[in-house]
Design a binder for this molecule. Structure first.
Ligand code: FAD
Length: 546
């Protein structure tokens, strides 16, 4: 079987041109990836196209939490709390290398949106509905205990706190692990392949799509019996191409996160805190040597393809953080990086961005185009199940039978054989013994990204690339290129490894050896190489350009 490698593109395109698929998915974010895995594991033939890189849309720009659904409790959406709570448990079981339990402190303040009793009751109901295991249930703290946990909190308004568990992820890594799993089961997934037009049969029903391979600048047709539009913020663009943009529409809101050095806000755990001036809440989440802060929630009507943080977003986030952690006195010059994402929400008249529901919805047009919008990273598996149920029903009309959804039992790539946190720790120990020339911290970092696949990287580092001065880095890049469809330096530094967001200063040192490796290995034309370099530099500068 072919690798999920950039070098295999021509053979994937050949297959896409030749077959008629049961299902074509447009959009390679978490929604599309989840649908591909669900459908292929039920026995459908599946194709997926993504116009940029996998996860390049909203799915690499979120708060990166696998939520238990606390915010839904505030809106009394009990069904969603139950569903996302269960989903969180399933994801942790299937991919413990990228879904990690994270202690979260919820400070209770004078004038805040939550009182002591309501927080205690709320978190209790949340534990119950979300099926939180006993060892991870909430406990309440008085003011002194809260300050002990987090001495930097604003003392004069603090009343106490609640401690509970959220799960931290890396959204873009989650997308690629789901995509790889779908590919390993037989789905044909292609990035840098944009849907430009839809094709229809004589009855006016959807029968395929015209795709542009943006790396080779040529178009081809994929024939499919069903098409799901999983384009996130671009869902309405595809509905427009289908001439079916009527009734409910998307409402895009922008959410920004900023990254600061941890020494400027040395918090002990993640904190989910009130912003009294507008009644919203914000996260401060430590990750390695940095802390990321966010998010904003503002209506968005500019260019969907390139959302960036602007100075107003950054000042809002810094001022809310300075209010809750007054000694930090964060300034614009502390910002190391940032990202901005667009929430593809469903419009409801008269509602403010923060009040719009995060529920997902499926629309089916007269031509048969199935569009799925709304939802959350956390709920992607159930969104996939609901969408594929629709497709299976269509195909069953042809007399075919399919298996039921089984994705709750499918370990994601890198998660195979790992039993929770203990399994991940054991893997790190084993690899550190076997590859003792490589620092244990580095192995821990790699396992947190690639799980059980780290072994392939370490082997290459000590065998194939031993003589290279950056052997581990190049082995990591080589894995991403040969097993994760990485086509450019931007794919690697932004989505496969998150370095642009969390380790931006390290890029200065790594850029030259990486650029050389990508150029030599991928052998793109000069034009294509300089386009990729230019695109990356635009992002590299854009994340601190305010
Ligand atoms: P996307 O990830 O945007 O994917 C759509 C894809 O379609 C894109 O990659 C795009 O390039 C592609 N595409 C578009 N047009 C075409 C075309 N013509 N041809 C081919 N491909 C095309 N959820 C959580 O559970 N936890 C969180 O902590 C969380 N935090 C969030 C914070 C912010 C600021 C935001 C904005 C969202 C957050 N969410 C969170 C929500 C979550 O990120 C989104 O619901 C989810 O990522 C949407 O995924 P998607 O696949 O539907 O869309």
């Amino acid at each position: 079987m072919a690798n999920f490698s950039a070098a295999e593109r021509p053979s994937f395109i050949q297959k896409l041109e030749k077959e008629t698929f049961d299902l074509l998915i447009i959009g390679g974010g978490i929604t599309g990836a989840g649908i591909a895995l669900d459908a292929v594991s039920r026995g459908l033939t599946v194709a997926l196209v993504e116009k940029h890189d996998f996860g390049a849309g909203t799915s690499s720009r979120s708060t990166k939490l696998i939520h238990g659904g606390l915010r839904y409790l505030k809106q009394l959406e009990f069904g969603i709390v139950r569903e996302v709570g269960r989903e969180r448990t399933i994801l942790y079981k299937n991919a413990p290398h990228v879904v990690i339990p994270e202690k979260m402190l919820l400070p209770i303040i004078k004038g805040g949106s939550l009182g002591k009793k309501s927080t205690s009751l709320g978190l209790f109901v949340y534990d119950l509905l979300a099926g939180v295991k006993r060892s991870e249930r909430r406990y309440m703290l008085n003011k002194e205990e809260t300050l002990q946990k987090e001495p930097l909190l604003k003392n004069d308004i603090l009343l106490g706190g609640g401690m509970y568990i959220e799960y931290r992820s890396d959204d873009a890594r989650l997308v690629i692990e789901v995509m790889k799993t779908a590919f390993n089961k037989g789905a044909t997934c292609l990035n840098y392949a944009s849907c430009e037009q839809l094709s229809y049969n004589q009855e006016g029903k959807i029968s395929g799509a015209i795709i542009k391979d943006t790396l080779q600048n040529r178009t081809f047709e994929i024939k499919a019996k069903n098409i799901i539009n999983a384009c996130g913020p671009w869902v309405d663009t595809i509905r427009g191409i289908d001439n079916s943009l009527k009734g409910k529409r998307l409402h895009l809101t922008k959410g920004v996160h900023v990254v600061i050095p941890k020494r400027r806000l040395p918090i002990q755990q993640s904190v989910y805190f009130d912003i009294p001036k507008d009644g919203r809440m914000m996260f401060a989440i430590p990750r390695g040597e940095v802390v990321y802060l966010g998010t904003t929630d503002t209506n968005y009507k500019q260019n969907i393809n390139k959302p960036f943080a602007d100075i107003n977003d950054v000042e809002y986030v810094l001022s809310a953080t300075n209010f809750m952690f007054p000694d930090a006195q964060l300034e614009r010059k502390d910002v190391l990086s940032s990202w901005a994402g667009l929430r593809p929400l469903i419009h409801e008249d008269g509602k403010s961005p923060s009040d719009l529901s995060r529920k997902d919805e499926i629309f089916i047009s007269d031509t048969g185009l199935i569009s799925i919008a709304g939802g959350k990273l956390t709920g992607f598996r159930k969104m996939a199940q609901r969408s594929v149920d629709v497709v299976c029903k269509n195909l069953q009309n042809e007399g075919r039978k399919f298996k039921k959804c089984s994705t709750h039992h499918i370990p994601l790539s890198g998660g195979e054989g790992l039993d929770g946190e203990a399994g991940v720790a054991k893997l790190v120990e084993d690899l550190s013994v076997r590859f003792n020339s490589i620092a244990k911290d580095k192995i821990t970092e790699l396992v947190g990204k690639f799980g059980s696949n780290t072994e392939i990287i370490l082997k290459d580092a000590v065998e194939k690339y031993l003589d290279h001065p950056n052997n581990v880095l190049i082995a990591e890049a080589s894995y991403c290129l040969n097993h994760e469809m990485t086509n450019s330096i931007g794919d690697f530094l932004v989505r496969r490894t998150g370095r642009l967001y969390f380790e931006r200063p390290s890029i200065e040192v790594e850029l030259t050896p990486l650029t050389e490796f990508f150029k030599n290995t991928l052998q793109y034309s000069e034009d294509m190489s300089s386009k990729f370099d230019k695109d990356f530099m635009e992002e590299y500068k854009g994340v601190i350009n305010f």
